[in-house]
Design a protein around this ligand. Structure first.
Ligand SMILES: Cc1cc2nc3c(=O)[nH]c(=O)nc-3n(C[C@H](O)[C@H](O)[C@H](O)COP(=O)(O)OP(=O)(O)OC[C@H]3O[C@@H](n4cnc5c(N)ncnc54)[C@H](O)[C@@H]3O)c2cc1C
Length: 249
């Protein structure tokens, strides 16, 4: 039983910069569906957060209203954990910034970034994060679950290359977890799945790739374009990665 009257939803709207959607609003149905179209849950509210402060405000609101919370990264978790039935879905899709530091071989990206967006920005510099194989997968769920893809044999799992993460905790605090700061939380994030907080930014180590190789879809669910079987594998065959110093060979 939830407590989301129009006045409590108005309070959420007032607290957030990003839009707040209810059933019937434009965009609501897009946010309640996941990649495979197999889960038809109906959240009472979707908060399209634009910053860590928005996420903290949404979590606070959910605590006061007593509603369940789900976090939507790229919406590719086939079991539907990104959508809360009758609760609050925190959609991170607006948080898709990608900041590449080619000198330091590091990249920071928002918690709702897709692999395609991450790849495109990194490959401007001949660099790549070791991640998944399909461009519209979210970095969020993929990283928190471990993350493997085309570069795994040379560069390891995505979590092996996670340098730090900005996390909004359930009490609203925003912390940066790394090997030195909040190391227990960092350990949990590296493969432990969701529910340790909302990751609003990931920082990864980058690896050199010999020439552009973008992760693209080789098969899709309900929302993406369809490619012939084996298309992505053929594209990959022409690409090589050069492991950076200190990475696995
Ligand atoms: C077509 C397809 C191809 C795939 N290919 C690969 C692959 O090559 N390699 C691989 O490792 N995996 C792959 N996967 C699996 C994929 O990594 C997982 O399904 C992953 O959960 C998707 O992440 P998402 O953010 O898109 O999903 P979502 O459904 O949005 O989220 C999944 C879970 O992660 C949590 N979550 C997401 N983002 C955050 C965040 N920023 N902070 C806190 N919690 C968050 C959600 O709450 C939810 O519990 C693939 C999946 C599909 C459907």
């Amino acid at each position: 039983m939830t407590n989301t009257t129009s006045s409590t939803v108005d309070a959420l709207r007032a607290a957030l910069i990003g839009p707040v959607l209810e059933p019937g609003d434009p965009g609501y149905d897009r946010d309640r569906l996941i990649w495979n179209g197999a889960v038809g849950r109906t959240p009472s509210v979707v908060a399209r957060c634009s910053s860590a402060a928005d996420v903290a405000a949404a979590l606070h609101w959910a605590g006061v209203a007593g509603v369940e919370v789900a976090v939507r990264g790229g919406g590719h978790g086939g079991w539907g954990a990104a959508v809360a039935e009758d609760g609050l879905t925190i959609d991170l899709g607006l948080m898709d910034h990608v900041l590449v530091d080619p000198e330091a071989r590091r990249v920071r990206c928002g918690g709702g970034t897709s692999l395609g967006e991450l790849d495109a920005a990194c490959q401007e510099h001949g660099l790549a994060v070791t991640a998944g194989t399909v461009s519209h997968t979210g970095v969020g769920g993929l990283t928190l679950g471990g993350g493997f893809g085309w570069l795994v044999r040379m560069c390891g799992l995505t979590v092996d290359n996670l340098v730090s993460a900005e996390v909004v905790l359930v009490d609203g605090r925003c912390v940066r977890a790394s090997a030195d700061d909040h190391p227990d939380l960092f350990w949990a994030l590296r493969g432990g799945g969701g529910n340790f907080g909302v990751v609003t930014e990931f920082e990864y180590a980058l690896h050199e790739v010999a020439r552009p190789c973008t992760s693209r879809c080789s098969s899709t669910g309900s929302t993406g374009p369809r490619r012939p079987s084996g298309w992505a594998a053929r594209r990959w065959r022409g690409c090589r990665a050069t492991p950076a110093a200190g990475s696995r060979a």
